[in-house]
Design a protein around this ligand. Structure first.
Ligand code: SF4
Length: 178
């Protein structure tokens, strides 16, 4: 069972195109000014079966992709891996938001010292993601001018290119608003 804070069936603000957004419950980043403090408690939210989440995406032919938001979805990486595998097999692209900095994932992958909350499941989850919007929300860097981010430290990362080249490669949006 996954702990879910909420679902937006057809969003146009959480990534490119029309997206199914799964807000996962639980986050320990404690960013000052977080817009979703109700998603922090790991025991709150609702339990949902993977099959029931899949039914919601299967029943909607309009969606272009799925966005994992929260909370921080990486804290439920193990449970999200089979879901993301399924969505990729159906041709959906997957974005995920995280309060972790992507470089920390890369350090962990190379067995270097990094954030001790990271797990091997989080690294495996990356294999199924197209875009990660990384970094905590920093209130002093708050921005309203750029799509999909809340503060200017956050980046849209092209996950597969980054993993392949072992260097951060930013995702290029299919419009000119950046
Ligand atoms: S990572 Fe996101 S959900 Fe977690 S505290 Fe920061 S802004 Fe809030």
């Amino acid at each position: 069972m996954l702990r879910v804070a909420g679902i937006e069936q057809e969003s146009m603000i959480d990534g490119e195109g029309i997206r199914f957004v799964l807000f996962m419950q639980g986050c320990s980043h404690n960013c000052t000014g977080c817009h979703n403090p109700e998603t922090h408690d790991f025991h709150a939210g609702t339990s949902m079966k993977m099959e029931d989440i899949i039914k919601l995406t299967e029943s909607d032919p309009l969606i272009d992709g799925v966005t994992l938001s929260g909370g921080d979805p990486f804290f439920q990486a193990k449970k999200l891996i089979p879901l993301c595998k399924y969505w990729k097999s159906k041709g959906l692209n997957i974005w995920a938001y995280t309060g972790f900095i992507f470089d920390e994932f890369m350090k962990y992958k190379e067995n270097k010292q990094s954030d001790d909350r990271l797990t091997s499941d989080m690294i495996e989850l990356l294999n199924y993601l197209d875009v990660v919007v990384d970094g905590p929300f920093i209130i002093d860097k708050r921005t309203l001018g750029k799509e999909y981010i809340g503060s200017s430290n956050q980046r849209l990362i092209d996950v597969q290119k980054t993993l392949k080249s072992n260097a951060i490669i930013l995702y290029e949006l299919n419009n000119d608003n950046w």
